[in-house]
Design a protein around this ligand. Structure first.
Ligand code: PCA
Length: 123
């Protein structure tokens, strides 16, 4: 199998201390990171959703993780890609390498905004 590593920006339940971080048990934490001010963050319930907003976007806080392809496929399943979320390249401050993350793919019209950071209930 390919040994390629993928950089992922995690802003919700995949972060350290939160419920889905166990899926990153074989992945490597790179550093905390902030997006370019091109996004907004919404409280979907017990998890958050990131959307693009090039006009009124905020710099969103999260973590960069280095993951393998098998983990990426597992994350796609967990995140309901491409229906609930779609995976895209995101613009992260200070990163020249490509970084992917999950964009929320449903309506946010009834959701409360939680930019610039999601602090859900820790495990
Ligand atoms: N999990 C992914 C997207 C939203 C969520 O809860 C993440 O942490 O980045």
């Amino acid at each position: 199998m390919s040994e390629e590593r993928i950089l992922a920006f995690c802003y919700g339940t995949l972060k350290k201390g939160y419920s889905n971080n166990r899926l990153l048990a074989t992945s490597t934490f790179v550093r905390e990171a902030v997006t370019e001010p091109l996004y907004r963050l919404w409280d979907v319930g017990w998890f958050p959703g990131l959307t693009e907003d090039s006009e009124n976007g905020k710099a969103i806080q999260g973590e960069i993780w280095s993951i393998d392809e098998q983990t990426l496929r597992r994350l796609d399943m967990l995140e309901g890609t491409p229906h609930l979320y779609r995976r895209e390249f995101l613009k992260i401050q200070g990163m020249t390498e490509p970084v992917q993350g999950y964009i929320y793919n449903q309506s946010t019209s009834r959701l409360k905004e939680c930019s610039p950071v999601w602090n859900g209930v820790k495990e």
